[in-house]
Design a protein around this ligand. Structure first.
Ligand code: SF4
Length: 363
């Protein structure tokens, strides 16, 4: 592509950039990890927020973000913490492998980079738990680098701007290319790459809404092909998803004579890796006949099935747990916790539900 063509493209792009950035300056969201104006964002905060925001809403992340910063104000503080402490502080955010990788990433940054985050996308991508999206977000937002940041919100905005009717997920690569094409063609060093990325995300989150885009408020409405064609609210299209299977299991509510309840820590790898739980059978798609469930229990007891079912949905399956209550004297089977301490424990959401269920049903 000749130089003249690039400059022509830049001329065409500039009004769109100006409108979007002016909109962001006025209407962009104030978020706990965000800085405005000339202040330089702290890469640790940007990274922490981006890891937390994967699969989780801004409203949920806010309190966790503040609590993490209070406890571990720098990446070195987090790296020095035991991984169990990080997992416990993460409890309730889900996708626990993220917390484990985040802790490993903090350690690598301290060990190999003297505690400073690398400032380019390629090196960021080599760190544990940092995929293409997070690398681009940290490079653009924390370091002002040219990087195209495409989350679900941006995917939606781009699908509408260019009226892309191919369904997701097949359209993903094309949408990424189109999003990259929105960046200034001549890569000026003084462009606000971080603000541009955040403006696109905010536009998706507050204006280009999934069901009812508010096109009248949109700084990109001129030149939005989806809007012109009257199909914006139907985009992006989604391929039909395979139905989630339902798995089943039995969780054991085991009480000692002094009222303490038996918990255990899950293995470090896999679903809910390293988190505390009520002991349970495996989770599988077939029912658990009582005789088989008894053999999977961690102690021998006279079991009483509690009425009701605990339901929870993971990314790839629904789970139905029944809870059996029993008494035990065995002090060595795991971690015994007093009932009044259960509330303050770092339990994943599923186990919180199971404990709440048992406390009600066992009374
Ligand atoms: Fe989304 Fe409407 Fe803006 Fe197009 S004009 S980007 S559909 S809000």
């Amino acid at each position: 592509m000749g130089k003249g063509t690039t400059l022509d493209r830049r001329k065409l792009q500039a009004p769109r950039h100006d409108r979007l950035l002016a909109w962001y300056d006025r209407y962009g969201r104030d978020l706990p990890w965000r800085v405005r104006g000339a202040e330089r964002p702290d890469p640790y905060r940007v990274w922490l927020s981006e890891i937390m925001l994967q699969q989780t809403t801004v409203a949920t992340v806010g309190p966790y973000f503040r609590a993490f910063l209070q406890r571990w104000p720098t990446v070195a503080d987090m790296a020095a913490a035991p991984v169990e402490a990080v997992l416990d502080a993460w409890a309730g955010l889900g996708y626990y492998a993220r917390a484990r990788n985040m802790h490993r990433c903090a350690q690598v940054i301290c060990r190999d980079f003297a505690g400073d985050f690398p400032d380019d996308e390629a090196r960021l991508r080599q760190l544990p738990g940092i995929g293409p999206y997070t690398a681009a977000a940290v490079a653009a937002i924390a370091f002002g680098q040219r990087a195209s940041v495409v989350d679900g919100n941006v995917e939606r905005v781009v699908a509408r701007l260019f009226a892309v009717e191919t369904p997701l997920p097949a359209a993903k690569a094309h949408l990424r290319d189109l999003a990259a094409g929105l960046l200034p063609a001549d890569s000026p060093t003084d462009f606000r790459y971080g603000d541009f990325a955040q403006a696109m995300m905010d536009l998706g989150a507050t204006v280009c809404l999934p069901r009812a885009p508010r096109c009248d408020l949109c700084p990109l409405r001129q030149g939005c092909a989806g809007r012109s064609a009257g199909i914006a609210d139907t985009l992006p299209r989604q391929a039909a998803k395979a139905p989630r299977p339902t798995r089943r299991g039995v969780a054991f509510w085991i009480e000692r004579s002094d009222g303490a309840i038996l918990l255990r820590r899950r293995p470090p790898r896999g679903l809910l890796g390293g988190m505390l739980e009520l002991p349970s059978t495996d989770w599988r798609e077939t029912d658990w006949p009582p005789a088989e469930a008894r053999t999977a229990a961690p102690v021998r007891a006279d079991w009483r099935p509690l009425p009701g079912i605990v339901r929870h949905t993971f990314t790839h399956f629904h789970l139905e747990l029944v809870v059996w209550a029993g008494s035990a004297t065995d002090n060595n089977a795991g971690l015994w916790v007093r009932r009044e301490e259960l509330d303050g424990l770092a339990l994943p959401t599923l186990m919180r539900k199971a404990v709440a269920h048992a406390l009600v049903a066992d009374n």
